[in-house]
Design a protein around this ligand. Structure first.
Ligand SMILES: Cc1cc2nc3c(=O)[nH]c(=O)nc-3n(C[C@H](O)[C@H](O)[C@H](O)COP(=O)(O)O)c2cc1C
Length: 207
């Protein structure tokens, strides 16, 4: 599959067949993920994989953490939410949670996050091109301390997404996009306001 076709035809898929995804395929997706652009070669991404039978144990960690951090919320409501999360976790054969290192300042942290998001898209595109499918989820459960700890997320690392992957059961998913032209401004020098300084003539102040 050509890159453009993969980009255009990749749907978010939530319903998977029970077929397992072999570890070597997941590893190949992550080997592609790390070719994402990243400023100063910080390589800020970290991947935590939950798959197969281990998903049950992970769902128990999630439930325990949800109950522990739900002060003031009715326990029955939290139990119901935990059950829903468990169903989501078990619905995908593989979950790839991505955390992104914090940088020395806000700007670097944002750059790291952007790079890790690009890595996530690499995973989804390659998965799609190999016949797998997936969805990028951002449930708050991945921010819970015990869940972060279970996934070996580094201190300060920012949760980017949980990519739920498997072989698709859904087909012909309806997708839509606003044409790029409606989101685009083509800069033209003749549109500049006459009072704007000429960059070549004016000293640049500040950083
Ligand atoms: C940062 C991010 C977070 C997302 N979180 C969720 C989520 O928590 N649950 C969900 O169902 N979809 C989530 N999605 C998937 C979007 O809903 C999906 O990409 C969107 O509907 C467009 O569909 P498409 O991916 O098929 O083009 C997320 C996507 C991104 C990029």
């Amino acid at each position: 599959m050509l890159v453009e076709e993969a980009i255009r035809t990749r749907p978010s898929i939530k319903v998977f067949s029970g077929e397992a995804v072999v570890d070597s395929l997941v590893a190949a997706l992550l080997d592609a993920a790390v070719w994402a652009p990243n400023h100063h070669l910080t390589e800020p991404w970290h991947f935590s994989i939950v798959s197969g039978a281990d998903r049950e144990a992970f769902a128990r960690v999630v439930r325990t953490e949800m109950l522990a951090h739900a002060s003031g919320i009715d326990a029955a409501i939290v139990q119901a939410k935990a059950l829903k999360e468990r169903q989501k976790l078990l619905s995908a054969p593989v979950i790839v949670a991505i955390y992104s290192d914090a940088g020395p300042d806000d700007r670097a942290t944002r750059e790291n996050f952007a790079a890790s998001a690009a890595a996530a898209q690499n995973v989804l595109l390659l998965a799609h091109s190999t016949g797998l499918a997936g969805i990028w989820r951002t449930s708050a459960i991945y921010e819970l301390p015990g869940v972060r700890s279970a996934l070996r997320a580094r201190p300060g690392a920012i949760f980017v997404g949980a990519l739920c992957l498997g072989y698709p059961m859904q087909r012909n998913v309806r997708r839509r996009r606003t044409p790029a032209v409606e989101k685009t401004y083509w800069f033209k020098s003749e549109d500049l306001e006459p009072h704007l300084p000429d960059a070549m003539d004016s000293p640049v102040s500040g950083g």
